[in-house]
Design a protein around this ligand. Structure first.
Ligand code: ARG
Length: 435
C-alpha cells in the first residue's frame, strides 16, 4: 500500500484521539512482525449485536497493513438455535455438554457465524479467509462432556500462509480428533492455544461490555497480574465470569513473552485501545519486577545509561556513576529506571526515566509507587518544558518554578529543610548533555 495513503487513513480515522507521534509509535511496533501482531477473540454476542463496529475496526487494521488472527465464539447463537429446535442442552463445569445432536447444530451455527464475519469483511474489501476444523488437533478427555475437544496440537502453518498472502484468517471454535471426528471447543481455549503457538504482541478480547469494571462501575484501565491479581480475585464485587477471564489471562501471560499484553475492549474502541497510550479498555500485563541496587556492576551501568540517554535524548556525563551515595531502581524488563541520590539528608530523585516504547503500560506508575513506598520524603527537579510535569504536579505536595527548572517535593513540611532542598536542587550541575 502507498505510504502517504496509509498515513492519511490513519490520521483521518484517529484524528482527535491522540497525537500523530503516539499513533506512529504503535503502528511501527505492531508492524514489526507480519503474523505476530495480534490474536483477537470475538465473543459470540458481538457477532450478533455489534457486527458493524467489529467489521469497521478490523477493516481499519487491514487498511493500515496489520493482519490480526481472528478467533470467534458462537455460544449465544448456539443456545438460541438449540432452543428453537427443541434440543435440550446443559453445561457442566462451565462447558457445554455436546451430544451428537448438539454437535451437528454447533457445527452449523459456528460455520454460519464464521460466514457472517467473512462476508461482512469481504464487503469492506478485506481478504478474509475462513479456517474451520483443521487447525486444532484434539482429544476427547472427558467423555461425560460428549464431543468436546481438548486441544493437543495447533497447526498454524495454514494461518501463517493466509497472512503471508495478504489475508486475514477467521477461525471457528471447532477441532478434530485423530480419527477425524469433529469436536466442539471452547473459544477462549482456542484463543489460548493459538496465542501459545503464535506468541503475538497483543491478545485482544472483544466483548459487549469491553473491559473489567470496579465496584463503582468504573472501567479498570490497567491490571498488573503481579501486583493486582490476588487482590482482585478476593473481591466479592468482581463477577465470577470476570474472575474466570482474569484467571485465563493470567495463564496466557505466563506463556507469552514478557512484552506481550492482553486487552479487553469493545469493537468500537479497538483502535483507540491499540493506537493510544491511554487506550480504551482494560490492559492486562504480567506486571513489573522492580529491583533496587546500591552498587551496580558494569552491565547494569550500561543498561541504566542507555535507559537515561534514550529517554532524555542526550548524553550522560562520563563520571555519573562515580558518586557512591546513589541508589538505583531498575525494572526487570530494563526499560525504566529511577536514580536517588543521598548527598542530602532527604532523598533527591536525580533521574526518573521510562523509555518511549514502554510508555502507556503502567510501568512508570509501578516504578514511581515502588520508589515512593521507600521514601516518605523526596524532592526533585525537572526542566520547565518537560511533558512529565503535569504528572509531577499531580503527585507532589508542592513545587516552585525557576527559570530553567521546576523543583517538586513530597513530605517535606519544615520550611528550613525545604529551602535547603530547593537550593540544592537548583544548584546541581546538569548530568545530561544535549548536542
Ligand atoms: N496502545 C497500547 C496497547 O495496546 C496501550 C493501551 C493502554 N490501554 C489501557 N487500557 N490502559 O498496548
Amino acid at each position: 500500500m502507498n505510504k502517504s495513503y496509509k498515513k492519511d487513513t490513519i490520521l483521518k480515522l484517529l484524528s482527535g484521539m491522540s497525537s500523530e507521534k503516539e499513533i506512529r509509535k504503535y503502528l511501527n511496533r505492531f508492524s514489526s512482525d507480519d503474523y505476530r501482531f495480534a490474536v483477537i477473540k470475538v465473543g459470540g454476542a458481538v457477532i450478533q449485536n455489534d457486527l458493524d463496529n467489529l467489521v469497521s475496526s478490523l477493516a481499519f487494521l487491514n487498511e493500515v497493513g496489520l493482519k490480526p488472527i481472528i478467533v470467534h465464539g458462537g455460544g449465544p447463537k448456539l443456545s438460541e438455535e438449540l432452543k428453537r429446535k427443541n434440543i435440550s442442552f446443559f453445561f457442566k463445569d462451565g462447558q457445554r455438554v455436546t451430544s451428537k445432536e448438539v454437535l451437528d447444530v454447533a457445527f452449523e451455527v459456528f460455520s454460519g457465524e464464521n460466514k457472517k464475519i467473512i462476508s461482512a469483511l469481504i464487503d469492506k474489501g478485506v481478504n478474509a479467509i475462513p479456517v474451520i476444523g483443521n487447525l486444532f488437533k484434539c482429544n476427547i478427555d472427558n467423555k461425560e462432556l460428549g464431543f468436546v475437544g481438548e486441544i493437543k496440537e495447533t497447526n498454524s502453518d495454514e494461518i501463517k500462509e493466509i497472512i503471508n498472502s495478504g489475508g486475514i484468517p477467521v477461525v471457528a471454535p471447532v477441532g478434530h480428533t485423530e480419527d477425524k471426528q469433529l469436536v466442539n471447543i471452547n473459544g477462549d481455549k482456542a484463543t489460548l492455544a493459538l496465542a501459545q503457538e503464535i506468541t503475538p504482541d497483543k491478545v485482544i478480547f472483544l466483548s459487549e461490555i469491553g473491559g473489567i469494571f470496579d465496584e463503582t462501575n468504573k472501567l479498570i484501565s490497567n491490571i498488573n497480574i503481579k501486583d493486582d491479581y490476588d487482590r482482585l480475585m478476593n473481591k466479592d464485587w468482581l463477577h465470577s465470569g470476570m474472575k474466570l477471564k482474569l484467571q485465563q489471562i493470567k495463564l496466557l501471560l505466563d506463556i507469552l513473552p514478557s512484552h506481550s499484553s492482553v486487552s479487553i475492549t469493545k469493537p468500537l474502541h479497538l483502535n483507540r485501545e491499540l493506537f493510544t497510550d491511554a487506550g480504551f479498555g482494560t490492559l492486562v500485563k504480567a506486571g513489573h519486577q522492580i529491583d533496587k541496587y546500591q552498587n551496580l556492576d558494569h552491565e547494569q551501568e550500561t543498561i541504566i545509561t542507555s535507559i537515561l540517554e534514550s529517554s532524555f535524548k542526550g548524553k550522560l556525563i562520563n563520571r555519573y556513576f562515580e558518586n557512591n551515595k546513589k541508589e538505583f531502581y531498575l525494572s526487570s524488563c530494563n526499560r525504566a529506571s529511577i536514580v536517588i541520590s543521598h548527598n542530602q539528608n532527604i532523598a533527591y530523585m536525580d533521574k526518573f526515566a521510562v523509555i518511549n516504547s514502554a510508555r502507556g503500560e503502567g510501568l512508570g506508575n509501578a516504578m514511581w509507587n515502588k520508589m515512593l513506598s521507600d521514601h516518605k520524603q523526596v524532592f526533585w527537579r525537572s526542566r520547565t518544558n518537560n511533558a512529565i510535569n503535569n504528572f509531577y504536579k499531580d503527585v507532589c505536595d508542592g513545587f516552585q518554578k525557576y527559570d530553567e527548572w521546576s523543583i517538586f517535593w513530597i513530605g517535606i513540611n519544615d520550611l528550613n529543610k525545604l529551602t535547603k532542598c530547593i537550593d540544592y536542587a537548583v544548584k546541581q550541575p546538569a548530568t545530561i548533555n544535549y548536542e
